[in-house]
Design a protein around this ligand. Structure first.
Ligand code: E4P
Length: 230
């Protein structure tokens, strides 16, 4: 089944959407954290409080050397507790850090993926998720969906346990296309998540149902009350 995650650190939006929808987790990166203009550690504690221990929480260290990435990731794991993932970019030092973190039993999401081979190497390094950036590829006239398709093909061909967490979306069609490929997970902004559900004809149908039915439903309620009294 598709795993849906929110690509945001906005507490109000996380709280609102987790209350309404079947969402599995939250992904963050330094840019997303900066948008909230609050210290990282405080935000992480708040997000965990809102989503609970079972939801996935993906946090990206900012260090560039493997040892620094590992130290940071361990600190965030202790802070976030629960279902935590260290989100590591696929640089050479990042790939080293992924292997070190897996040895320590930390779950890993490989991020900032733009090519098939980056995903394959990260999967071989033990990444639990690989995150190709669909819209950023589309933006440079490359083929974001095609990259996801290739990654799905070799993950199946090699029988790897790694899951594809497609990321960086700007529209519903991109999300739809990666679902058709059988991608395991998507991470999207709250605004785009709500666009997945929205259709004006649904709103119109609900409005018509209400106005057509309300006089008779009221009547039914009266009959029901009378019957109960009888
Ligand atoms: C991945 O997890 C990233 O946080 C994200 O999806 C990047 O999206 P953007 O290209 O909209 O910044």
């Amino acid at each position: 089944m598709m795993i849906y995650m929110l690509d945001t650190a906005n507490i109000k939006e996380i709280e609102r959407l987790f209350d309404l929808y079947p969402i599995d987790g939250v992904t963050t990166n330094p840019t997303i954290i900066a948008q909230e203009q609050k210290p990282l550690r405080r935000l992480l504690v708040d997000i965990r409080r809102v989503v609970g221990d079972d939801a996935m929480l993906h946090v990206q260290p900012i260090g560039s050397k493997a040892e620094d990435i590992v130290a940071e990731a361990m600190e965030y794991r202790d802070l976030c507790k629960g279902n935590y993932y260290a989100k590591i970019p696929v640089t050479p030092q990042g790939i080293k850090a992924m292997q070190l973190l897996k040895q320590r039993g930390v779950k890993v999401t490989a991020t900032a993926i733009f090519t098939q081979q980056q995903a394959l190497i990260a999967a071989k390094a033990g990444a639990d998720f690989v995150a190709p950036y669909v819209n950023r590829l589309d933006n440079i006239s490359s083929d974001g969906i095609g990259v996801v398709a290739d990654i799905m093909t070799f993950i199946k061909a090699y029988g790897m346990p790694t899951k594809v967490l497609a990321a960086s979306f700007k529209n519903v069609e991109q999300v739809h296309r990666v679902c058709l490929l059988g991608a395991h997970a998507v991470t999207i902004t709250p605004e785009l998540f709500e666009s997945l559900l929205y259709h004006p004809l649904t709103d119109r149908a609900v409005w018509d149902f209400y106005h057509d039915g309300v006089p008779y439903y009221d009547e039914l309620e009266m009959i029901d009350t009378k019957n109960n009294k009888a």
